[in-house]
Ligand binder design. Structure first.
Ligand SMILES: Nc1ncnc2c1ncn2[C@@H]1O[C@H](COP(=O)(O)OP(=O)(O)OP(=O)(O)O)[C@@H](O)[C@H]1O
Ligand SMILES: [Mg+2]
Length: 276
């Protein structure tokens, strides 16, 4: 089982889009068994795969979310008949991912993550790591992809702690480069603080308009920099409004009719496999 976090502290660089679509392509075209974990309180990855109706229905029938993974505290609640009861957290082996399609499971996100205070030192940062070690049927996954929020939060730390590698999506724009240097600094601090062995799998350029100067400049910056040249994936994901449109209907890039878009994802997924 290989665990890969998709990280960038910059918002809107296609972390979620890349995590969801690589996971989808690994499952559909490479016969891999994949778990996608959504630890972003915005839970966009979950929304890309599960409709609002299905999500509510699944929660009503007791479905687990990442909140169950992180929440280890008992708390008082009001029962249906108005009495005070204590709600105890689920034990890790009672937390089951949702089956989305052949080869693809999801540990869905949950807005309630916002409510969970995650002061460091409480040990919650290690809960995802423990869950990964104890995950029911864990041995069935070839890959776990973790979609992270765009903040250097304890959520991001929890993802890095349990990951073997991390993948950075880069949106070509003038400030993306400084953002990557900054991100690398933050990742290194987390690595040192927790004694982690995680390595950078690579950088994938996303939302790319290849006919623009800013795309050329971004490419040059990474290709001409010793630190990054071997890390840059050979293909980038082109900018297409179709991507956002499909996401609203829980469809992925492989469901689109756009050949370029599909091919870019296929090449990136192949390179992902060869680098992992
Ligand atoms: N190749 C693409 N072409 C056009 N739009 C895209 C493409 N990839 C992603 N988008 C759109 O860009 C927006 C940001 O993408 P996404 O949510 O994946 O980024 P993110 O880095 O996960 O954002 P956040 O930091 O908020 O978690 C979304 O509306 C998404 O539909
Ligand atoms: Mg996101």
């Amino acid at each position: 089982m290989k665990i890969v976090s998709v990280v960038n502290m910059k918002g809107g660089v296609a972390k979620t889009t890349l995590a969801v679509n690589i996971a989808d392509c690994l499952a559909r075209e490479h016969d891999k068994s994949v778990l996608l974990v959504d630890i972003d309180p915005q839970f966009n990855a979950t929304q890309c795969l599960v409709s609002g109706e299905d999500y509510i229905e699944k929660l009503r029938s007791g479905g687990s979310t990442v909140v169950d993974v992180f929440d280890d505290k008992s708390r008082p609640i009001e029962s249906a008949v108005g009495e005070q009861e204590v709600e105890t957290p689920k034990s890790l082996d009672d937390i089951h991912p949702w089956s989305i399609k052949d080869g693809l499971d999801l540990m869905p996100g949950n807005l309630e993550l916002y409510k969970l205070e995650m002061a460091s030192g409480q040990g919650r940062e290690n809960r995802l790591d423990r869950y990964m070690e104890e995950i029911p049927d864990g041995e069935k996954y070839d890959y776990v992809m973790i979609d992270t929020p765009p903040t250097p939060s304890a959520w991001m730390a929890s993802a890095l702690i349990c990951s073997d590698e991390y993948l950075i999506p880069v949106k070509p724009d003038p400030i993306s480069k400084t953002g990557i240097e900054l991100l690398n600094g933050v990742v290194n601090t987390i690595k040192n603080n927790h004694g982690l062995n995680i390595s950078l799998m690579g950088l994938v350029i996303t939302i790319a308009r290849k006919d623009t100067i800013v795309y050329e400049e971004t490419l040059e910056y990474f290709e001409d920099n010793q630190k990054w040249e071997d890390k840059l994936f050979k293909n980038s994901i082109p900018k297409r409004t179709e991507v956002a449109r499909r996401q609203e209907d829980q469809e992925t890039i492989l469901d689109s009719d756009d050949n370029d878009l599909q091919q870019s994802l296929r090449f990136i997924t192949r390179e992902f496999i060869s680098r992992s």
